[in-house]
Design a protein around this ligand. Structure first.
Ligand code: NDP
Length: 444
């Protein structure tokens, strides 16, 4: 049996109840087969793939907190510190009821390769809790964040592990987490990114994942003789990534016509009103029914359905496995020519295969949504220098990072005989740098 198959078999045996982690590991390991084949003896001797697929550290902890009525609740907190070969662990915190060890490990594993692709010195990690921020008061959110950080603080630090936001963790939560860290450590340092602008945050960090997604989509389309301008775009999600993807799509001359949340979705034939959506989701924290009520002509439907809308470009920006095989078939039937993942692993393996086989340009999340962590890396640089760069400076760097990422994944795919397969290109390019660093640092 070849080395990759042995590792896949072993991972299934060791992690039988971790489907998301196994899915992410399988996608990466399948892609790097040609690289492993060229170096099999050395990689086997050093147990490189065993070390790559085993997190350096998984921290699990209790998060007790008191609600506004005096009732005590207990949630499960996690931080997976996956790989620090090329820099301090870096990756977001997710607060969502679906969080468990499998989800944390899949996200941290993906983050290792994503961070490598950015070209910045960032290792990979991820964390969070099975806490549901929906319906909680500000005081309850603060109580939860303070309790969460009271435990997390002993495991993170500006040179060790620098978390950021993810689903359910935005500017408000990062502020509370930062305040508690500072209080516990008596140290004002860049231990988190996505901070507010008055206390060390970077301009353009809020926009970076969504903007970066569009910069990369534009690169991919141009390299294939197309332009984003004039295209109809279907977007899922209505959070940080989706809102700024929609904003940048408009700025580039495209027309985004959909968005969604966990209860329903919007089709707006006039194109999504970005400012209305931003107010509803960021300021008022309301459901998408409020969008339909405020916008004549927009249609709200319950459940799933974004991918049934005919479009040329699809940008899944909500959560993992939200784009299934039947959705991919609907997209192809509706004339879609490109899919770029704003969320992490939103497309199932079967749907990805179908899209690629149908000739749809497909860019995986670890490349397409790397703009967020790239801007976080730039926030760390500014914190270290005690400087604050202009929006334009960060945005310009972001554009060049996304263009470099696309070039590197395109070249890696070509070098290994899989031209146009950007999934393989991203996994190979991300892996090569991490593998080289791990090899150079010895058996650790
Ligand atoms: P937000 O919490 O801001 O928004 C998430 C959006 O997705 C919300 O509209 C939410 O709806 C919807 N959603 C969440 N879970 C589900 C579900 N199970 N079914 C349907 N819809 C769901 O998160 P972000 O925008 O920050 O993150 C979105 C994705 O992008 C995630 O996969 C994240 O890992 C990824 N990502 C984020 C980065 C960032 O910088 N923020 C960077 C790179 C990747 P509702 O409000 O109803 O829950």
């Amino acid at each position: 049996m070849c080395y990759v198959d042995e590792i896949l078999q072993e991972l299934r045996r060791q992690n039988p109840a971790q489907p998301e982690f196994l899915q992410a590991a399988q996608e990466v390991l399948e892609s790097i087969r040609p690289v492993v084949a060229r170096n099999e003896a050395a990689y086997r001797r050093d147990a490189l793939l065993e070390r790559l697929t085993t997190p350096e550290r998984c921290i699990l902890f209790r998060v007790p907190w008191v609600d506004d009525r005096g009732q005590v609740h207990v949630n499960h907190g996690y931080r997976v510190q996956y790989n620090s070969a090329i820099g301090p662990y870096k990756g977001g915190l997710r607060f969502h009821p679906s969080v468990n060890l499998s989800v944390m490990k899949f996200l941290a594993f993906e983050q290792v390769f994503k961070n490598s692709l950015t070209g910045l010195p960032l290792g990979g990690g991820k964390g969070g809790a099975d806490f549901d921020p929906k319906g909680k008061s500000d005081r309850e959110i603060m109580a939860f964040c303070q309790s969460f950080m009271t435990e997390l603080a002993r495991h993170v630090g500006k040179n060790t592990d620098v978390p950021a936001g993810d689903i359910g963790v935005g500017a408000r939560e990062i502020g509370y987490l930062f305040g508690q860290y500072k209080r516990l450590r008596n140290s004002f340092e860049g231990v988190l990114t996505g901070k507010g602008l008055p206390f060390g945050g970077s301009k353009a960090r809020t926009q970076a994942t969504g903007y970066g997604l569009l910069y990369l989509t534009q690169e991919m389309l141009r390299r294939n003789g197309q332009e984003i301008a004039g295209k109809t775009v279907a977007v899922s999600g209505a959070g940080n990534v989706a809102i700024y993807a929609i904003e940048k799509a408009w700025q580039m001359g495209a027309k985004p016509v959909t968005c969604s949340d966990s209860t329903g979705w919007i089709y707006d034939s006039q194109g999504i009103d970005t400012e209305l959506l931003r107010q509803i989701k960021e300021d008022r924290r309301e459901r998408l029914t409020a969008y339909a009520a405020a916008r004549p002509g927009a249609q709200y439907r319950q459940g799933r359905g974004v991918w049934t809308v005919p479009c040329q470009v699809a940008l899944p920006c909500a959560t993992q496995n939200e784009l299934e095989l039947s959705d991919a078939q609907a997209l192809v039937a509706g004339g879609c020519i490109a899919v770029a993942e704003g969320a992490n692993m939103p497309t199932t393996l079967e749907a990805t295969r179908y899209l690629q086989q149908s000739g749809v340009l497909f860019c995986p999340g670890k490349a397409a949504n790397a703009g967020g962590v790239a801007a976080s890396g730039l926030e760390m640089s500014q914190n270290s220098q005690r400087l604050s760069w202009s929006f334009e400076k960060v945005d310009t760097k972001l554009q060049s990072i996304m263009a470099d990422i696309f070039r590197s994944i395109e070249e890696a795919a070509r070098e290994y005989g899989m031209e146009g397969d950007y999934v393989a290109g991203a996994n190979i390019a991300g892996f090569l740098k991490v593998a080289e660093a791990m090899t150079a640092q010895g058996i650790v």
